[in-house]
Design a protein around this ligand. Structure first.
Ligand code: PMP
Length: 419
């Protein structure tokens, strides 16, 4: 190579979520620290996305780096079939201790999508193991999104999601609207009553539907659908991959509705955003259905990098930080600043809604406004934000300073106002 790596002819990469023919070239990044991203040309951006909500403690937190480095020199990886290690064993116990209700087992995998795949597989097999045949469908919600693998795509909104092109390929599940009043709850109750014999589970992003457009629903709605699932013998799967670990203002979104799921999916901030990892937690009732003298009843799943020790070390260090640093207070302070800083957007032309929950701030624009075209205008203001669909959103790291957060909300106001 003669010049810097990013000047070497056409890239060998295939980038995410974009039309490669027309998408602008991605920005070369050389370093991260705290809430800042350093670009190859020396510019520094304040991060409003926290790497798709994962970097909750900011980048390069010394405690996480220290724990991962220590683990790296001892045992970067070892297979998990027939072997077990301390970082995974400790992490599983710690997750069970903080999970809503009394969950009893943790299955580790590589990412959020795989955590969802594992949950779907467990739910299907749970009913089969109990001799309830025909329960092979899931209830999922309009505007829901659960990942990019085929099973996860099949329980995402088939019409509104970016996986629309696959709607005739993936298994067709039962897609319903979130019930937002008592009449809608009654209709869903009747629907579930009529279909329960073919339903294995219900999957939901509690309180905030992320990739579907950062749409919020109430704790009452969440509690109501959980209650319906219990009543009809349907396993309730909470996908807290995006909402978990304080993003919505409580440790888990389920906590705000006192909801205890049968299966809980975690990812993203699980490792503080440092390494990919997914976790699927199950209640004892679910786990018991897999115990038998019949080997056919076992869960046949085991990713090569399951419970990777580096990922476990990062996750354990991340949990340390939630215990030792004031994350809950930081999230409420961020919530207050987002509310105040984004409120003015309500008066700007083209704005349909401004909403905030925990460390999530959203400005929704009228349909037809090209929000992607706003991306460079954030960069010009020294801010990293990625408007999509019809929204501009801010999901900063919890350690963001007041000044940095003010710069994010100011940039949002200016970009929306077109000034
Ligand atoms: N579920 C939800 C709610 C998500 O937001 C995401 C990621 N955006 C996933 C699942 C998939 O996670 P991953 O990208 O780690 O596979």
């Amino acid at each position: 190579m003669n010049g810097p790596w990013y000047e070497e002819g056409p890239s060998a990469l295939w980038a995410p979520y974009c039309q490669m023919k027309t998408a602008p070239a991605p920005l070369p990044v050389v370093a991260t620290r705290g809430c800042r991203i350093t670009l190859a040309d020396g510019r520094e951006l304040i991060d409003g996305v926290a790497s798709w909500w994962s970097a909750c403690h900011g980048y390069n937190h010394p405690h996480i780096l220290d724990r991962v480095q220590a683990q790296l020199s001892v045992m970067p990886h070892v297979m998990f079939g027939g072997l077990v290690h301390e970082p995974a064993s400790v992490l599983a116990r710690r997750l069970l201790a903080i999970a809503p209700g009394a969950m009893s087992r943790v299955f580790f995998s590589d990412s959020g999508s795989t955590a969802v795949e594992v949950a779907l597989k467990i739910a299907l097999q749970y009913h089969k193991n109990l001799g309830r045949s025909g329960r092979d469908r899931f209830v999922c919600f309009s505007d829901g999104y659960h990942g990019d693998t085929l099973g996860a795509m099949s329980v995402s909104d088939p019409e509104a999601s970016m996986h629309r092109a696959f709607r005739d390929v993936v298994t067709k599940h039962l897609v319903v609207d979130l019930p937002r009043d008592s009449q809608a709850v009654r209709s869903l109750d009747a629907f579930l009553g009529a279909n329960a014999g073919r339903i294995a589970g219900m999957i939901i992003e509690p309180l905030v539907q992320g990739a579907g457009g950062m749409r919020f629903h109430s704790a009452e709605t969440l509690a109501a659908v959980r209650e319906l699932a219990s009543r009809h013998g349907i396993l309730f799967i909470a996908d807290e991959i995006a909402t978990g670990f304080w993003r919505t203002g409580s440790r888990f979104a389920c906590d705000q509705a006192a909801v205890v799921p049968d299966l809980l999916c975690l990812g993203k901030a699980l490792t503080g955003g440092v390494i990919g990892m997914g976790a699927t937690l199950a209640t004892d009732a679910v786990f018991q259905a897999f115990l038998s003298d019949d080997p056919e009843l076992a869960l046949m799943h085991g990713p090569t990098f399951m419970a990777n020790p580096l990922a476990c070390a990062a996750a354990n260090a991340s949990l340390d930080l939630f215990e030792t640093e004031p994350r809950a207070g930081q999230v409420s302070a961020i919530e207050a600043t987002l509310r105040e800083g984004l409120a003015e957007c309500r008066r700007l032309p083209g704005v349909v809604d401004v909403r905030v929950k925990g460390a999530i701030g959203v400005v929704q624009l009228e349909p037809g406004i090209d929000v992607r075209a706003m991306r460079p205008r954030f960069i010009e203001r020294g801010v990293w934000a990625r408007p999509f669909k019809d929204i501009i959103y801010l999901t900063p790291s919890f350690v963001i300073s007041q000044d940095e957060l003010d710069r994010l909300t100011r940039a949002a106001r200016e970009v929306v106002a077109g000034t």
